[in-house]
Design a protein around this ligand. Structure first.
Ligand code: G6P
Length: 483
């Protein structure tokens, strides 16, 4: 970088060599505990993977703290500088519930729900992305690495590059990237591609997501794409920047899940769950955010029909469905809740006995200990998403099954299906196919179950979320060599 630019950037820089930017900060307010400033680390693999990198680099994390209309000073927690980005109540509505979750989310998930396009939402998305970029620019040291996360922040690489040309910028998209023909609907498709292209490395869950992005980059901004490189040119046709796009499938904190799965308390709790459920022969389990991408209604339909056909009874096979509350102000999510709860009510009304229930429906989120107890109790795990960037529940189930028992029914429309090829793979739209897959899982011989589980565990145990972040960051740190 020329001397002059270098010193210009230096005038504004902060002190962190490594900065993560995500919509939400990796902490939740803990009203029961004020010993650590009233915050506690949120559950989830991303923060686990990045915490050691943070500690080693005086890292900073930029994100919204979850409360609208509240401005907070940066604070230190868990060896990280946390930099809260304020959002007004109106911005939560327009940028988060609107553009992020009613435009991009349905558009990027195969238009399962119709995306809405509103110019006021787009304006708020731009304003908020700029604010996140400014906060990151203020935190990053000269030549620092900044890693931007997910679809809520696709314009941050561009705004950040304008403010701080010295930075190395990575972006990771946790959700699918849609085929060009669907992405084409977005009125601001060119701005989104340009927003991302100022990153040095753009990571996706699946190779097909990266390929979709490259096609859109070629088509909508006329970028020169050679293998996985996108060459951004100035007006004279000179290459000014090279962005790379590739797949980095995310994973889970395998060690944590394995440790809990081996703990006496968790094992005892899993036995208690089976007892309390009326001791059915088989427990089927679904664990999802209550989201229309997850195929919960398809799963309930297939299970209800199996009870109706008389091939399963509630004493044979009881289902637990954890549906954690999500995006409850968004209309499509309200409708889904009504639909799911209506179906559960009808199935239970028809098939429950005093002793056994068909579907034990739980509209809560649970701590990871309880989740692992559920994984241990479940003979069959049902992951029937209509589209899912990855699906970490499938990976957690496999990591928990240390004795190689249990069966995973897995939608081929999840990123996880690329890694878990020995699952019982299904197309959840095919209700008859889904019914036979569930029956096959219920009746799987112990030998076949062990063979499948062993293969899946080999994959998961050697690919944890720490490896994922190492691989992304080491690729980001290597200079792109023009092809
Ligand atoms: C998906 C997205 C994340 C998001 C999460 C929960 O996994 O990729 O970015 O944080 O859903 O959704 P929420 O809207 O509650 O943050």
């Amino acid at each position: 970088m020329p001397e002059e630019e270098n010193s210009k950037a230096a005038r504004h820089h902060g002190h962190s060599d490594f900065v993560v930017v995500s919509n939400r900060l990796p902490v939740d307010r803990d009203s029961t505990d004020n010993s650590d400033g009233g915050w506690r680390r949120s559950p989830g693999g991303l923060v686990t993977a990045l915490a050691p990198v943070m500690a080693a680099h005086e890292g900073a994390w930029v994100g919204w703290h979850g409360a609208p209309d509240e401005v907070l000073e940066p604070f230190h927690h868990d060896n990280m500088d946390l930099i809260p980005v304020p959002l007004s109540a109106e911005e939560v509505e327009l940028y988060y519930e609107g553009f992020s979750n009613s435009t991009l989310w349905p558009l990027y998930h195969d238009v399962i729900a119709p995306p809405e396009f509103h110019r006021t939402w787009w304006d708020a998305y731009r304003t908020v992305n700029k604010r996140f970029a400014q906060a990151a620019a203020g935190a990053a040291a000269l030549n620092a690495t900044v890693w931007v996360q997910d679809y809520q922040l696709q314009l941050v690489p561009r705004y950040l590059r304008q403010l701080r040309p010295d930075l190395r910028i990575g972006f990771f998209n946790h959700i699918p990237f849609p085929p060009q023909e669907i992405f084409a609907q977005l009125p601001w498709r060119q701005n989104i591609i340009e927003g991302l292209l100022d990153a040095d490395l753009i990571g996706f869950q699946r190779a097909s997501d990266a390929a979709n992005f490259l096609r859109s980059a070629r088509r909508f901004v006329g970028a020169g794409v050679k293998s996985a490189q996108i060459q951004v040119k100035d007006g004279d046709g000179k290459v000014v920047h090279i962005a790379r796009a590739a797949a980095f499938p995310i994973s889970i904190d395998v060690a944590q899940i394995q440790e809990l799965a081996a703990s006496k308390d968790v094992i005892a709790r899993s036995r208690q769950i089976r007892q309390e459920l009326g001791n059915p022969k088989t427990i089927l389990l679904g664990v999802d955010r209550l989201d229309y991408t997850k195929g919960i209604t398809h799963r309930l339909k297939a299970y209800g029909e199996l009870l109706n056909d008389g091939v399963l009874t509630v004493a044979d096979a009881s289902m637990i469905q954890v549906a954690s509350p999500s995006r409850e102000n968004v209309e499509t999510y309200k409708q889904l809740r009504d639909e799911v709860e209506g179906m559960v009510g009808r199935i239970n009304g028809q098939y429950d006995t005093i002793q056994n229930t068909a579907v034990r429906y739980l509209h809560h989120s649970y701590p990871v200990e309880e989740m692992v107890a559920l994984y241990l109790a479940a003979d069959v795990m049902l992951v029937t998403a209509l589209r899912d960037g990855m699906n970490l529940v499938a990976k957690e189930y496999v990591a928990a099954r240390g004795d190689n028992t249990g069966a995973l029914v897995l939608s081929e429309f999840t990123g996880a299906a690329d890694q878990l090829k020995s699952a019982i793979l299904v197309n959840p739209h095919d209700i008859d196919g889904l019914k036979s897959a569930i029956l096959r899982a219920v009746n799987l011989s112990p030998v076949e179950a062990a063979r499948r589980m062993r293969t899946m565990r080999r994959q998961i145990l050697s690919h944890d979320v720490q490896r994922w972040s190492r691989e992304f960051l080491s690729t980001l740190e290597t200079e792109a060599v023009p092809v």
